[in-house]
Design a binder for this molecule. Structure first.
Ligand code: UDX
Length: 404
């Protein structure tokens, strides 16, 4: 970053990055003393990976908190930006207080941005949540966020524990919403209904809302899986049996593997020697992030079953190569189809939405698509003569009865 390079792919970030470096407002250092020099607000945006039992590992955050105490020179607001379990603000405060010689406040300020639209979400947040009971810190945070909430969206103040809990509740609720729709989809397949229509039919009810109702091959990413797991662990720690959360985790694990038996059945129980083209490796579009991406465990399973895989993703191939070197990575989506026996789709990149179906049909050895993201209209696939399996909708030209 000191060289002016961004190590991740995130649309629009380069513009902010370049402009603020040019205006001499943004600098990078690995030296903590230099990093906090003159700072009124210090953000702790550190990783909180799950440790063995699913709880968030706080070693990075508390490590920095320990380092901060002795070097604070003036009052500062220390902001917990990372997603951290209930009670972390108190731990951070205690770690700093051990060696601090000046006043400071620790506030919890969870981040709700989505990868791929992170800049937009940050600049125009639906709301900003700040957990603090200090009036002094509250004033600083109000001043800090004022430019981002001019449209009238609220900065919601609450105590630290509630702010920490808000983040987990938000992500777990969204994971639940998606998972609920995935189960509706699974039932749709059995009763002969179409989950796309159900989505439209319920999403227009403002109490339900249109977003995060898209059934698919399961949620992935760095947040939902980790946060649902961490909240489940918190529940155990506090002696509460959070049953819906347990179901969300179990259903999502199954959902990610949902297409595999259908693919196997299509090929009469054996994938040995078959080549499967894969479109989409990232856990969602507009990112190169592959953490908990459904594509990965599907590819591993295909390889284990003796299949070959030819893959294409606009951004994530380099990252996958490091984990799964022994598949063929292609320069274009169509190149992945060349001589493949079937296509599987795991990420809803916009460039996959309106392909040249005739060209696809010619390249593929068999005109069969297994779509984990419901990209195509059933009629379109019928017209082009494909066999097409998607999520929560009837199979098009199935070879046998679809395996539900
Ligand atoms: C999420 C939260 O949305 C964000 O508020 C929080 O700060 C971080 O975690 P992110 O992980 O970047 O953001 O991605 P998101 O867009 O929420 O998607 C998460 C997963 O859910 C993806 O795998 C996506 O494909 C899946 N998803 C999303 C669905 O399967 N269906 C939907 O309707 C929406």
């Amino acid at each position: 970053m000191q060289k002016g390079e961004i190590p991740i792919y995130e649309p629009g970030l380069d513009v902010l990055f370049d402009r603020n470096i040019a205006e001499d407002r943004l600098k990078f250092t690995t030296n903590i003393v230099e990093g906090i020099e003159g700072a009124e607000v210090i953000f702790l945006a550190l990783p909180t990976p799950p440790d063995e039992d699913g709880s968030a590992d706080l070693k990075y955050i508390l490590g920095v908190a320990n380092d901060l105490g002795p070097i604070l020179k003036d009052y500062a607001v220390i902001v917990d930006k990372s997603t951290v379990p209930v009670g972390t603000a108190e731990k951070v405060r205690a770690a700093i207080a051990k060696n601090a010689t000046v006043d400071f406040d620790v506030v919890s300020n969870p981040e709700f941005l989505r990868e791929g639209v992170a800049v937009e979400d940050f600049m125009k947040p639906d709301r900003v949540v700040v957990g603090t009971t200090s009036d002094r810190a509250k004033k600083v945070m109000e001043r800090l966020y004022a430019p981002l909430v001019r449209q009238g969206n609220p900065v919601i103040f609450m105590d630290e524990r509630s702010a920490e809990m808000t983040k987990y509740a938000a992500n777990s609720f969204l994971a639940l919403k998606i998972t609920f729709m995935n189960e509706i989809a699974n039932l749709c397949e059995r009763v002969g209904a179409n989950v796309d229509d159900i989505r439209r039919g319920i999403g227009t009810d403002s109490r339900i809302g249109k977003r995060f109702l898209f059934a698919g091959i399961g949620y992935g990413g760095s947040c939902f899986p980790k946060d649902v797991q961490a909240l489940a662990k918190t529940s155990i720690d506090y002696g509460y049996d959070f049953r819906t959360l347990k179901s969300v985790m179990a259903v999502n694990a199954d959902q990610k593997k949902k297409l595999l038996p259908i693919v196997e059945d299509y090929f009469q129980g054996s994938l040995a020697g078959k080549t499967i083209a894969v479109w989409g490796l990232a856990f969602k579009p507009y990112t190169d992030d592959i953490r908990e991406a459904p594509a990965l465990e599907n590819i591993e399973a295909l390889l284990a079953a003796g299949a070959k895989v030819t893959a294409y993703d606009p951004e994530a191939m380099e990252n996958v190569k490091k984990q799964i070197p022994d598949i063929t990575y292609c320069h274009t989506a169509y190149a992945a189809l060349d001589d493949a026996d079937a296509l599987m789709i795991f990420t809803e990149w916009p460039q996959f939405r309106t392909p040249d179906f005739a060209k696809m049909g010619k390249l593929l050895k068999e005109k069969v698509v297994f779509d984990g993201r419901n990209l195509y209209e059933l009629n379109t696939m019928k017209e082009h003569g494909f066999t097409y399996y998607s999520i929560g909708r009837e199979a098009v030209n199935p070879v046998e009865e679809p395996v539900a």
